[in-house]
Structure formats: C-alpha cells, structure tokens
Write a protein that binds this ligand. Structure first.
Ligand code: SAH
Length: 477
C-alpha cells in the first residue's frame, strides 16, 4: 500500500459509513479515505486534508454520480450540526444500514454465525413517515439539550455542537425536535440579551447559562424547561418565567415546569446532580399506552414517543409473562418498562442509579395503582450482587423467571452479567442502544452454554442518525 499525501485528489466510490456518519471508500491500493458527506454508492471527488499511513481524512469536493440511496434531507443543517449524521440517506436505506450493522456486529463481535443471526432476526421497525415516504421522519424527539453560547458579534446563540467539536452551530428550530422549542429558545435568548446574561464558555469556564433542556410530553402537551447554570441562580428569574409563561403553543401544549440545575464542574456532563423549581411542578406527566409517568429533569425518558410503544411491546413479548412471574428490570429509569412488566407479572424489582429517577418510579407505581413493583437505587453491578449475596433475600427474587436489562451505551458491567448468570432466569430480555456493547455482552452471556439467543429485533428510535435500538431474547437451555 502506498501512503498518500495531503492535497491529493481522487475519484472514489463510497462503500460504507463510519462511526461519525462519514463516508468510507478505498483506493485501488487498499488505502482508506474517510469522506465527510459521502454516502454508500456515491462516486465522489475527494480532496485529502489530513493523511496518515493507512488512511486519510478527505473533503468532499463534489459528488460525481449520486448513490440511488441519496435523498433530500428535510433539514437545512443536515451534516453541519452534529445531530443527524445520515439524514441525506433515504429512510429505507437508513433502516437497511442499521439492520445490517446490528447483524454484522452480532457475528463479528458476538461470535454468532451469520446464518444463525439471519434465521432469528425479526427485522427493523421503522418510524411512520406519513406522506413523506422514504424521507427522514421529523418532529419525533420529545427532548433536546441545547448548548448556549455567543457568536462572533456577541449575540446569544443556541443550537448543537458541530461534528467532532464543541463549536456551537446555531439552530433556531430543530426539525426533529418538538415544534414549541424554537419559541422557548428565542424567548430565553432575548431575555439573556436584554439583561446581558452571559453564556457559559468552556475554555474559560466562565459565564452562566450552559445548556437548555426542553422536554415535551407528546401525549399530554406538557412542557418542561430546565436551564443548566454555572452558578447558583439566574438574575431576573421571575421575568424569565413570566416571559416563558406568556408564550402560546400549538394545540394543548403548555409549559408546566421551569427549573434550573446547577452544574459548576468543568465537565462534558450536561446536567448537575440536582435541580430547583422556578415555576410549576418539578416534572411533566406523559403517557405511554395507558400508563402515566411523571418525569423530572434528571431522569431518563425514551426520546421517541412514536416508537416507544413498539419498543416496549417487543420487550414485553420477549418477556413472555403469564401473570405469576418474578422479574428484575435493571437500568429501569422512571420505571416505565417495570410497570408494564408489573401488570403482567407477579412481582417486579427495578434497579436504577439516578436517585431522582427512582423517586419518579415509585411515584409512577403509585399514580398507576401498581403495588407489585419495588425499586432500588444504585448501580446494577452493585445492587444485584449484594442482593444475591444476602442470605435474607427471598428465593423467588434470587431466582427470577425473567431479567430485563436496558443499560446505557457502555452496556452492562461484568459483575452485573455474572450475577445474572448465577440467578439463572428462564429468560433474559436485553434492550440496547449500542449494538457493539450488546454483541459483547451477548457473547459473555452465551459463552457458558446455558443461554441461547432466540430473537433479535430493531426499533428505529432515532431517524436521521446512526443510532439504533435493539431488543433481544435469550432463553435458558
Ligand atoms: N428502561 C428505562 C431506562 C433506560 S436508559 C426506559 O426505558 O426509560 C438507561 C438507564 O440506566 C438510565 O436511567 C440511567 O440513569 C441508568 N443507569 C446508568 N448506569 C447505571 C448503572 N450502572 N446501574 C443502574 N442504572 C444505571
């Protein structure tokens, strides 16, 4: 393989998509080019901007012949803001790409035979795109966390970080987000400009307003605004809450909660550890199916209300409950999956590390009149082993019928997986937002020979992006 140099230009066919959404192609000698904006099937002219021994980063000069999968991105910022990496791909092709990715990881990382995976793979459940057939769905996210900064002229801007950076790309109306966000952000920007309230600067660690979190209950119209601040309070806060309360939204939508969360750490973590209420309640209420949920700002809640139903139905189907079972729901958040399980089982135990989410979960059990769910605060990898080692634990809980896990992207800790194996549930349902760590964990769970991978399905919660949600069913042999 020859090494190539900066400023060289090549015609190249894009064959794959990289982890950040960049197009990947290979020159005849095997040398790899990463071309931002290139899509599989495109033939492009690429200009090398940074060359390494085996690969280079290249700029897309022009698309010579477009892939048949190339479509129209509904958003003018597609590819510029770091949010949606593959919006220019037709929706069908996005789904196909994600499905292939998951199957490929299950074979390459998970060690399962490709034929075996294709035999048990149930496909990918896409979002309904309405009349815009084959276009990325829009207005499906119920939550966004907008970073706040200043432009060169010193005006307050809100938007998203550009790919690979913390430079804010101003975005006045995110098309995949809730329709009301734009008005709220504009009102906050105007308020900050009027009172000369500073935006947080990551380099100097100075400035007050870091992020704005907006979450909308799509079923109820309830909106929560939470300002994440590098300080104790916001000057003229009452004027801000009045201004926000004066806004009107489409349909029934209305702000019911305005909060602040103090985060004075030099960190990429967005939220602080606590929040204070400036106006209204500390939570919004939303519904999934016929269950109601209180959601406070620090709690996780599935971001795509149109797909959550479908996701949970699959998890419930794989749990195959008949009414009497004992179930653990690890990484349970505000108890959403737990409460659906509880209605179909004898007893459910939920485990979650964020204390405020457990408070929400207990409250959610109460408002839905469900009394067979108990919740534990702590890390799954600590709570579960401690529970297993405790001689006073009930035998049913020690050997549950089903364990459901829904961990964050890093997957399950090995101490958690080891204890799950010791507990020998009949079924394990793994809900995952990262197929690479899912594949790693499935390998671990199946390696001993006591569990068999029975079913795999994908649900597309994140149209336009590379992210994909997977649900799998494991059954004890
Ligand atoms: N099942 C829930 C939440 C899934 S998101 C739902 O569908 O809404 C993953 C959750 O795991 C988050 O609530 C996060 O706070 C929690 N979490 C992260 N690390 C954890 C750990 N080590 N132990 C337990 N919970 C954890």
């Amino acid at each position: 393989m020859t090494t190539h140099k900066k400023n060289e230009e090549y015609e190249i066919v894009i064959t794959d998509i990289g982890t950040e959404g960049e197009g990947i192609g290979h020159l005849d000698d095997g040398y790899t080019l990463f071309v931002q904006g290139g899509l599989p099937g495109d033939k492009v002219l690429a200009h090398i901007i940074k060359a390494q021994k085996k690969y280079a980063i290249a700029k897309l000069v022009k698309v010579i012949s477009a892939s048949s999968d190339r479509g129209e991105a509904p958003c003018p910022l597609a590819g510029r803001c770091g949010g949606c990496q593959i919006m220019e791909l037709k929706y069908e092709a996005q789904l196909k790409y994600k499905a292939n990715k998951v199957c490929e990881l299950l074979t390459r990382v998970g060690g399962f035979e490709p034929e075996y995976i294709s035999g048990i793979y149930e496909g990918i459940i896409g979002c309904d795109t309405g009349e815009k057939e084959n276009e990325t769905p829009v207005r499906f996210r119920n939550k966004a966390q907008y970073p706040v900064g200043k432009d060169r002229e010193g005006n307050v801007i809100t938007g998203f970080y550009a790919p690979h950076s913390h430079r804010i790309v101003a975005c006045e109306d995110c098309l995949i987000g809730a329709a009301g966000d734009a008005k709220i952000l504009k009102a906050i920007r105007e308020f900050m400009d009027k009172h000369d309230i500073s935006a947080y600067d990551e380099n100097t660690h100075k400035g007050l307003i870091r992020h704005i979190l907006i979450r909308t209950g799509y079923k109820t119209g309830e909106i929560q605004v939470c300002l994440i601040i590098n300080g104790k309070s916001i000057p003229h806060a009452e004027e801000l809450t009045d201004k926000l309360n004066g806004l009107s939204f489409d349909g029934e939508a209305k702000i019911v909660s305005i909060c602040t969360s103090k985060n004075t750490e030099e960190t990429n973590v967005i939220m602080g550890d606590e929040y204070s209420v400036l106006y209204g309640t500390g939570y919004i209420t939303d519904m999934i199916g016929d269950l109601s949920f209180h959601i406070s700002p620090l709690s996780f809640y599935q971001v795509n209300p149109y797909q959550t139903d479908k996701l949970y139905k699959k998890a419930l189907e794989y749990a195959a409950l008949t009414g009497s079972e004992t179930v653990w729901d690890l990484y349970c958040g505000i108890g959403t999956i737990s409460l659906f399980l509880a209605r179909a089982a004898g007893k459910v135990y939920g485990v979650e590390v964020v204390p405020q989410a457990i408070e929400d979960a207990r409250e959610n059990a109460r408002i839905n009149r469900i009394d067979n769910a108990d919740f534990f605060t702590g890390k799954a990898e600590e709570v579960l082993p401690a529970f297993y080692a405790d001689a006073t634990s009930s035998p049913e809980a020690l050997h549950p019928d089903v364990i459901v896990v829904d961990p964050p992207r890093k997957g399950c800790d090995s101490a958690c997986l080891e204890t799950m194996l010791k507990m020998q549930p009949e079924r394990i349902v793994y809900v995952s937002c990262d197929p690479a760590t899912l594949a790693r964990d499935l390998k671990f769970l199946c390696e001993g020979g006591s569990y068999e991978l029975k079913k795999v399905v994908n649900v597309d919660m994140f149209g336009g992006s590379l992210h994909v949600e997977t649900v799998v069913s494991l059954v004890r042999k």
